[in-house]
Design a protein. Structure first.
Length: 126
């Protein structure tokens, strides 16, 4: 049995400027999974940088209010919302509330740094 406590996971700032704690990744443990799972946080008034992954991604919103941007679409999200992000889509999420926006990120196949492109605010590669 494999159990991880969020408090035991190191917090770090990701390339898109979200605050992440990696919960599961196939490279870290021999669990026989192909996806990665992370806990993400975006502070009030903050936004992640636009970025694109080669993998598909799912966000599950746990707390807070935000606006999810995928390519040219935008939609309000809050607790209980699930967002599917197709591979190759340019995405970012804005915190539209007064508290932290907290969500889970599932990337399949698992997130790898070389599979992510980060853009500046104008859409150019950072």
């Amino acid at each position: 049995m494999h159990v991880r406590d969020l408090g035991d996971c190191r917090e770090f700032v990701a390339g898109d400027h979200s605050i992440l704690r990696e919960l599961l990744h196939p490279d870290k443990r021999s669990l026989g999974i192909r996806y990665s799972l992370a806990h993400a946080k975006v502070g009030p008034g903050q936004s992640t940088k636009p970025h694109r992954l080669k993998s598909s991604e799912v966000y599950y919103i746990l707390a807070g209010e935000g606006t999810m941007h995928i390519d040219r679409e935008a939609r309000s999200v809050g607790p209980g919302c699930t967002v599917y992000i197709p591979p190759g889509s340019v995405q970012h999420i804005e915190n539209a509330g007064h508290g932290d926006l907290i969500f889970l990120c599932i990337v399949d196949p698992a997130w790898r740094q070389e599979d992510e492109e980060i853009f500046d605010g104008g859409g150019s590669k950072a």
